[in-house]
Ligand binder design. Structure first.
Ligand SMILES: NC(=O)c1ccc[n+]([C@@H]2O[C@H](COP(=O)([O-])OP(=O)(O)OC[C@H]3O[C@@H](n4cnc5c(N)ncnc54)[C@H](O)[C@@H]3O)[C@@H](O)[C@H]2O)c1
Length: 315
């Protein structure tokens, strides 16, 4: 089998996981890593026996690199992704995809013009329980959807200094709500603020409403001293609860409480294998550039809602 030649840009906390998984997968061959921090790039390159670059331009000249993961600081994601697309590489850009909707749109349009695969790192879609919930929503075993409640709270990861909790953390739940509901929210109301972080919001409560009457409540913060990542989906016939950390799914209906058993799987491995298989034309993309644009639009509307203390309508 011909392996997909890949490289990782940004070898911090998350990028080094991308590098490890690309190295482990049968479908991919990790060829290089790039980081503006030479020491970091060299140490990861040495660990995985690949070439280190500090210049993205230089690395992108390599013809054997067909696809790249962009895992830089969030403010630099769009610039790196655009350079890679312009160099004819397929791209997985980490969330939040870009610093603004405008930049995200440029990425989406460039990928479309060049007929390249562009996807966004919405990792939660690859938690197996999410696929079970999606099935239950589609075949209506959960009944009609009423609402979703998501909680993603933990202490502030000090490495994040360029975006707030809405674009960094709540964006996962914004994306999952759109994905599971199969519908765009029509309005957003949010309250955000900062207790510890000097520059950006470190807590957010976001309510999304949908034309069909459904709604979603998203609670995110970098304050709570223990880590919780949960999702509750309420349907007219059953309630489904997912713990993203343990991957345990609980289904409660009028008669019983069930806990379907399936083995824990590393979501990043599922995501990067899917990325390679999409490029090879073997799978249909689960997440598009448009999903990234839409999630960012909703995140920006949430920030606007909080700043203006009003509900913001979404087109
Ligand atoms: N999908 C997920 O679940 C998930 C999880 C964690 C992080 N992330 C995302 O991954 C990205 C990286 O997060 P992190 O926690 O690894 O951050 P980090 O600060 O640990 O690492 C970022 C690295 O990027 C490098 N860098 C910055 N600008 C660069 C540039 N222009 N070119 C090359 N290298 C550059 C930095 O030197 C640093 O080594 C963020 O956008 C974050 O939102 C996603």
């Amino acid at each position: 089998m011909k392996k997909l030649g890949v490289a990782v840009v940004g070898t911090g906390f998350w990028g080094r996981n991308h590098a490890r998984v690309f190295k482990e997968l049968e479908e991919t061959e990790l060829l290089a890593v790039c980081d503006i921090n030479a020491e970091r790039a060299n140490s990861i390159a040495k660990q995985f026996n690949v070439k280190a670059y500090t210049s993205l331009g230089k690395m992108l000249k390599r013809k054997d690199i067909e696809a790249v993961s962009i895992c830089t600081w969030s403010i630099n994601l769009a610039k790196g992704a655009l350079a890679a697309l312009k160099a004819e590489k397929h791209v997985l850009v980490e969330k939040p995809m870009a610093s603004s909707v405008k930049q995200a749109e440029i990425l989406r349009e460039t990928a479309e013009e060049k007929e390249l695969h562009l996807t966004v790192g919405f990792l939660m879609r690859f938690i197996p329980g999410i696929q079970h919930i999606k099935e239950a929503v589609e075949n209506k075993t959960i009944g009609n959807l009423v609402c979703a409640t998501a909680k993603r709270v933990s202490e502030w990861p000090e490495r994040i200094g360029d975006v707030g909790v809405v674009k960094d953390t709540a964006i996962h739940d914004i994306d999952i709500t759109r994905y599971l509901f199969g519908e765009e929210p029509t309005a957003v109301y949010a309250k955000t603020g900062n207790m510890k972080h000097k520059k950006f919001e470190d807590y957010a409560q976001i309510m999304l409403t949908f034309e069909s009457g459904k709604s979603a409540f998203i609670e995110s913060n970098w304050l709570t001293p223990y880590k919780t990542r949960t999702l509750v989906i309420t349907g007219s016939k059953a309630i489904m609860k997912l713990d993203y950390i343990t991957q345990e799914l609980t289904i409660e209906d009028a008669k019983e409480t069930m806990q379907p058993r399936y083995s824990w799987q590393e979501p990043l491995k599922l995501e990067l294998r899917h990325f390679a298989n999409c490029i090879a034309g073997k799978e249909k993309p689960l997440t598009s550039g448009m999903d990234g644009v839409k999630a960012l639009q909703i995140a920006e509307a949430a920030l606007k809602s909080s700043a203006t203390n009003r509900m913001v309508k979404l087109r």
